[in-house]
Design a protein around this ligand. Structure first.
Ligand SMILES: C[S@@+](CC[C@H](N)C(=O)[O-])C[C@H]1O[C@@H](n2cnc3c(N)ncnc32)[C@H](O)[C@@H]1O
Length: 730
């Protein structure tokens, strides 16, 4: 039905000028609504509002046979009616349910002809309503997530999930979930046969009762049908009419597993509601229906096996396989990135979270560029491997790195997987392909050692036409000085300010108690423009031993992981004297998106003492508004290298983290390499300034009590300041 692709009436300037409304299009929309039984008086004001919301862009309104308009009418969003509507919707009658469904099916029948092959898309306003979409509307903003789905051959064969049953997110006003979950027509359970027809496995059983959830009441009949013929297909009927159903298809090994039983639907709902409130508090940006389904499946597996049962991976893999297939190999954000020397001053860097011990990883694959990808995670904790005290790296590095406990209490560090290189979780788009390295991003004409040539090659352009390294493999003094000065005297260096700072957004989301309150993130505190080192890489003509490939050579100095005598836990030290500017190691971990880090932060058990995330935030300021799924970080909690043991020291730390560009020409993803800031004595602890702002009391994870012992300790200074302000009570 869309008549044009253009925005002929769209005010893209964002100014409040109202363009003339096309009468022909307006009338056509009203006629379309009349066709599904909506009165003109009802449709007109909603259409006016929708036009305003979509900035007079008819394309979105006309798409999918006016689905957005039909949706808006049936989810009329007058805020004054909020409470009343919520109450009404909870008791939505069968008629209204049918009418609503009819409207949707009418629109969707048309839409299914138009969109045969939907891929997963994440679009910010203005949205493009369509079949298989999840829409979360708020007063001033909209986000639309198109979920991947199988395309039914006819509308009749489609199973829809109706939101009014409140199964998925009850209590959340104005949400419409429409996701065809299965192409198979479900077995419809008539209300008369449903009640108390509870039989054992392979049979039909039903729950016909009012379910009181944590935050409101669920009304309606629930039926769960396990077909004899197909024991792995479970259908949950969500309304009296049988109109809405949710199909769970689990693989046969799970269905036949003697330890698995289908959990009570009430338990699933209760568990999902708790998860929704906890995990998807802010539905606009982070909500993903696929994740919700994955979580639902995980709940069924967990409850099915009971808390002590074996862990099963079948369901999760099925869903994740779809997920992987639906992802583009290179996200637009990475394709459009420009090289830029910017780096955020880390803010509560190591205290952002990552203490969650409920994630586990089972299985490592590879993405198109051969970077290891963690395919799938489940609840673990117990699954991490034991340490080899003689070599914590288990042979992954050139040198062995022992674990030393001189305190003699026999304690070892908590287990984790040692990895020498960063690894991607599947959500984090990192594509280090050779094709992305342009001619001016490499030195294909070079030969041998670039540092031995009379003129610096193209790879030195990033550092002002001079290599950052000396021929001895050390960082040059001037380069190191300017990096140190930037951290010690930030006010003397230029800063950039994000329009919407992911740091502030994360803070707001973690701290906000109410899922539906309209809140804005705080103003960006500013980010320093940090210097990058650029190393030669595989597309360059030089050899693997080229002097401009220091970080890629890996660890070359003898190090130890040791239990510190203070209360800082484990630390890292060198057994040899290190010169100034020596490379020690890089920070290695799982590459996560901000969303994943956020999930880990809010799911954290609170038991974990130390935290291991690092924000890869060098590019945030140059990207306008960076979405949470595009912002990257490293988490060394489960997978990491020895850098996860480096403790913090305020200001006068003896090593510094410097961003290094190797295989990705943009600075969205990069390596963080540690270099010594001065000569280091043998067995001296290696420390790094995490950049924590100890005054930032709003930070989601409270900073640790600093025991760095530096005379410049910011935490100590803060405590002294607050003491001097406390009035003395006599
Ligand atoms: C990256 S880990 C460092 C290794 C950690 N000590 C361990 O045992 O695994 C960061 C954690 O170490 C602790 N830590 C690091 N520096 C500290 C300091 N200066 N004072 C107190 N605790 C510190 C904090 O618990 C922090 O969350």
């Amino acid at each position: 039905m869309a008549k044009s692709n253009g925005n002929e009436e769209n005010d893209d300037t964002g100014l409040s000028m109202v363009p003339p409304i096309s009468k022909g299009r307006f009338d056509a929309a009203i006629r379309a609504m009349a066709g599904i039984g909506v009165l003109k008086e009802t449709a007109e004001p909603v259409l006016h509002n929708l036009l305003k919301l979509f900035r007079y862009n008819w394309v979105h309104i006309e798409a999918d046979n006016y689905l957005a308009l039909a949706d808006a009418i049936f989810n009329d969003s007058d805020p004054k009616d909020g409470q009343k509507r919520q109450a009404n919707e909870t008791n939505l009658g069968a008629d209204q349910c049918n009418k609503k469904l009819k409207a949707k099916q009418c629109c969707q029948n048309t839409a299914s002809k138009m969109h045969g092959n939907d891929k997963r898309e994440l679009v910010e306003a203005p949205p493009q309503p369509g079949r298989g979409t999840l829409r979360v509307a708020r007063a001033h903003s909209q986000l639309l997530i198109k979920e991947p789905h199988t395309c039914p051959s006819t509308a009749e064969d489609t199973t829809f999930v109706e939101n009014n049953s409140s199964v998925l997110c009850h209590g959340q006003d104005r949400q419409t979930f429409e996701a065809p979950l299965a192409t198979k027509r479900p077995q419809v359970v008539s209300p008369s046969t449903r009640k108390d027809a509870h039989r054992t496995s392979g049979a039909l059983y039903a729950v016909d009762q009012k379910y009181e959830g944590d935050s409101g009441a669920h009304e309606g009949n629930w039926a769960v049908a396990c077909s004899k013929d197909s024991p792995s297909n479970t259908e949950v009927v969500l309304s009296n009419t049988g109109a809405g159903k949710l199909s769970f298809i689990y693989n046969s090994s799970l269905a036949n597993h003697s330890g698995f039983h289908l959990p009570d639907i009430k338990l699933i709902c209760k568990k999902m509601e708790a998860r929704c409130l906890r995990k998807y508090k802010s539905l606009e940006r982070n909500f993903s229906f696929m994740n919700l389904l994955k979580d639902t499946c995980q709940c069924i597996v967990d409850l099915g096996f009971g808390s002590s049962g074996p862990r099963h991976e079948g369901i999760m893999q099925t869903l994740l396989a779809q997920d992987i297939m639906s992802k583009p190999s290179v996200p637009p954000i990475l394709q459009s990135k420009q090289a830029n020397s910017s780096f955020i001053r880390p803010n509560n860097l190591m205290s952002l979270g990552g203490t969650c011990s409920s994630h586990a990883v089972a299985g490592v694959g590879h993405n198109s560029s051969n970077m290891p990808v963690i395919l799938h995670k489940l609840h673990i904790g117990a699954n991490r491997p034991p340490h080899d005290v003689n070599d914590i790296t288990k042979g992954e590095e050139r040198l062995t790195i022992p674990i030393i406990n001189e305190i003699g209490n026999g304690i070892l560090p908590p287990p984790f997987h040692y990895i020498p290189h960063n690894i991607t979780l599947q959500e984090a788009y990192v594509n280090p392909s050779l094709a992305r390295i342009g001619d001016d991003n490499c030195c294909s004409d070079c030969f041998g050692d670039c540092l031995a040539q009379s003129l610096p090659c193209a790879c030195a352009a990033e550092t002002g036409g001079e290599f950052a390294y000396t021929t001895d493999g050390l960082l040059k003094g001037a380069f190191l000085d300017s990096c140190i000065s930037m951290l010690q005297e930030p006010h003397k260096h230029p800063q950039f300010y994000c329009k919407i700072c992911p740091n502030e957004r994360m803070k707001m989301e973690v701290n906000s108690d109410s899922p539906n309150t309209e809140m804005n993130p705080g103003p960006c505190k500013g980010h320093l423009t940090r210097k990058f080192i650029k190393e030669c890489w595989k597309k360059c003509g030089c050899t693997r031993n080229c002097g401009n490939r220091v970080v890629q050579q890996g660890i070359t100095h003898h190090l130890q992981v040791f239990l510190t005598p203070g209360k800082k836990g484990w630390g890292l030290r060198s057994t040899e004297e290190l010169p100034r500017g020596a490379f020690v190691c890089e920070y290695v971990g799982e590459i996560l998106t901000n969303i994943e880090l956020y999930d880990r932060t809010i799911q954290k058990t609170g038991k974990a003492k130390h935290t291991y995330p690092l924000l890869l935030d060098a590019d945030w300021g140059t990207e306008g508004v960076l979405k949470d799924e595009e912002a990257l970080c490293l988490d060394a909690t489960f997978y990491g290298n020895i850098a996860r043991f480096i403790n913090h020291r305020c200001i006068d730390a003896n090593i510094i983290g410097i961003p290094v560009e190797i295989e990705t020409p943009d600075h969205h993803y990069y390596h963080l390499a540690f270099f010594t800031t001065r000569v280091i004595e043998p067995f001296e602890e290696l420390t790094w300034d995490y950049g924590i702002d100890f005054d930032d009391v709003d930070h989601p994870v409270k900073a640790f009590k600093c025991r760095c012992g530096s005379e410049f300790c910011r935490d100590k200074a803060r405590i002294l300041r607050s003491k001097s302000r406390t009035p003395v009570v006599r």
